[in-house]
Design a protein around this ligand. Structure first.
Ligand SMILES: [Ca+2]
Length: 282
């Protein structure tokens, strides 16, 4: 979602990286998680018991700093991206190494574009509050039709048989890929606390990964139980100068063939290939 911003309030903009130089690093990482999730108005602290994974940057690539990224996926050797904002929403095919937009189509100028997912030869895009999504030809970006759904549209991903959708609540919906009708759902929680603001999604090796909106954390979700089995702390990807002109983390793509993870954000100048590192004992 969206554009309701709280400038200077995002956990990722806190400059806590200096703590890495002392023994308090892991305690600080957990503090950042607490701060970030408190800012999303989560009740309770029970989720803090969930492991917090780190990251290493494998590669850094250019990213269009005008792209208000709402969806990101890897398909057939390239990146597909969707962008938001009324009047500026789009779907794009992007060259990884240069960030160059190879192909682009504007979406409905009156709608706020949200997440995308590929299914067969189609590309499917949500809108935020429009209660309707659009279906495109994956190769040509020709619009093939619309579909309706209740509530808000935030993120999309898929496994081998279902499309998975977030809507700003702690619920992930499962959709039939052909009819795009809801066939099921799971409620997401961390140690018993519901986790809302699940935003851009990615299916990664049997888990659903979800940006938590307005934080620099990704929730690793067991799609069967909805349990958050880990957090990934992505604070520090952008340097402080870059972070000042950027918006929040949003965008996860997974290339299963090479097991690469890509992440970016809204108006970010860079897209990163990262390696997730194991949690360490505080
Ligand atoms: Ca994604």
């Amino acid at each position: 979602m969206p554009f309701r911003q709280t400038p200077g309030f995002t956990a990722g903009r806190f400059s806590l990286s200096a703590a890495a130089s002392c023994g308090a690093y892991w305690a600080m990482r957990r503090l950042r998680l607490i701060l970030a999730l408190l800012l999303t108005a989560l009740p309770g602290l029970a989720w803090a018991a969930v492991p917090v994974f780190g990251y290493e940057v494998v590669n850094r690539y250019p990213h269009d700093p005008q792209a208000f990224t709402q969806g990101l996926l890897w398909r057939d050797g390239g990146l597909y991206e969707s962008t938001g904002q009324v009047g500026a929403s789009s779907i794009r095919k992007v060259e990884l190494k240069t960030g160059k937009v190879l192909q682009r189509a504007a979406t409905d100028p009156f709608q706020f574009g949200e997440g995308i997912v590929d299914w067969g030869d189609r590309l499917i895009q949500l809108t935020w509050e429009g209660r309707k999504g659009a279906i495109y030809d994956l190769a040509t970006f020709e619009k093939l039709g619309d579909f309706a759904y209740p509530g808000e549209g935030w993120g999309l991903t898929r496994d081998s048989r279902r499309i998975i959708m977030s809507d700003g609540t702690p619920v992930l919906r499962f959709l039939d890929p052909d009819t795009l009708k809801q066939t099921g759902q799971v409620s997401v929680s961390a140690a018993g606390t519901p986790i809302r603001n699940l935003n851009e999604l990615e299916w990664v090796d049997g888990e659903v990964w979800a940006n938590v909106w307005q934080t620099n954390f990704i929730a690793r979700i067991d799609p069967k139980s909805g349990e958050v089995v880990g957090w990934i702390d992505l604070n520090g990807l952008l340097d402080p100068t870059e972070a000042r002109s950027a918006d929040v983390l949003n965008g996860i793509a997974w290339d299963p063939a090479t097991r690469r993870v890509f992440v970016t954000g809204k108006y970010w100048p860079a897209l990163f290939e990262i390696k997730v590192t194991e949690p360490k004992t505080p």
